[in-house]
Design a protein around this ligand. Structure first.
Ligand code: 3PG
Length: 306
């Protein structure tokens, strides 16, 4: 079988080497398409692939149509909003992700961004500490749980809101359970987003919630830009001169935000939550193992399009 890694944002070399060892060790071939600059390159590379490993690369219905032999696609990472699951299902292609594998890297970055914003974007001037501040975690999944664990080390007070996780499972970590999203936003000095981008969550974070944050509040987004209502974010930042926004996924209107609000906003130059060798190795090797197991035994653990 031919396994293609198609990554516009490449894996660390150690991850590619590890994937190659697993894939070739199982008797398959590995092909590599990195830093491609047009979808045509992707269409050409995927044409004879039996399996595909991607990161945030968009597996659209056009990619699926171009991939005549494709049997399985694995998103090496958590969020799978980049996969057209319906197109995969229609063609009988199994789609998977690798949940939890890059969570620690994202959690560490979330805390790093909080420190950065608390310390005047690392420019001279008196900053503040995370210790004693309240952190609201929106969605208590793999990343949310790790953010809580790391934030505890900083001495933060932590609360979380997740309607899909039983309150007891949150409380056992020493994390308070917010009664509602409004409750979370109104009590948190920092809110850290860990929701996926779905039809329900897109544009769900806007004026109503952000205007409830206490003085000096900071929204931390290592999730997806699509969950933010960007027009309303702009409005609330203009009205509330104390609020801050830090993101790992630049907003569509980021240039305007930067120009209007200066150091109160910051976006990383490219999404780098999962940009660590460890995260690449964890997620990349998990993807390779899942593919080999699927070909060897038909194993469909982590299948998304059931
Ligand atoms: C994920 O959903 O796993 C993260 O957003 C990481 O995405 P990346 O692999 O494109 O860095």
């Amino acid at each position: 079988m031919k396994v293609l890694i198609a990554t516009e944002k490449p894996f660390a070399k150690a991850a590619v080497d590890g994937i190659r060892t697993i894939v070739e060790g199982a008797g398959h071939k590995l092909a590599l398409l990195e830093k491609y600059t047009s979808v045509d390159e992707f269409y050409a590379a995927v044409a004879d692939a039996d399996a595909l490993i991607v990161r945030s690369d968009k597996v659209t219905k056009e990619v699926v149509a171009a991939a005549k032999n494709l049997k399985i696609v694995v998103r090496a990472g958590a969020g799978f909003d980049n996969l057209d699951l319906a197109a995969c299902t229609e063609r009988g292609i199994v789609a998977m992700n690798t949940p939890g594998q890059n969570s620690n890297a994202v959690a560490e970055l979330a805390l790093g961004l909080m420190v950065y914003m608390s310390r005047n974007n690392f420019t001279p001037g008196t900053g503040s500490e995370l210790k004693g501040k309240t952190l609201g975690i929106q969605a208590y999944g793999n990343v949310g749980r790790l953010v809580a664990k790391v934030a505890k080390g900083f001495g933060m007070n932590i609360m979380a809101y997740d309607p899909f996780v039983p309150a007891e499972a949150i409380k056992k970590d020493g994390v308070a359970v917010a009664a509602s999203l409004e409750d979370l936003y109104s009590k948190s000095n920092f809110v850290s987003l860990h929701i996926p981008a779905t039809a329900e969550t897109k544009k769900s974070i806007g004026y109503a919630l952000l205007s409830k944050m206490p003085k000096g509040g900071c929204l931390v987004n290592t999730a997806r830009k699509e969950v933010i209502n960007e027009e309303e974010l702009l409005k609330v930042l203009a009205e509330r001169e104390d609020l801050k926004y830090v993101t790992d996924i630049a907003a569509e209107n980021q240039a305007e935000l930067n120009e209007k609000f200066g150091k109160r906003v910051f976006a990383t130059p490219k999404k780098m939550g999962a940009e660590t060798a460890e995260a690449n190795i964890n997620a990349g090797l998990a993807a390779a193992n899942q593919i080999c197991k699927f070909f060897a035994t038909g194993d469909r653990t982590f299948q998304l399009n059931k």
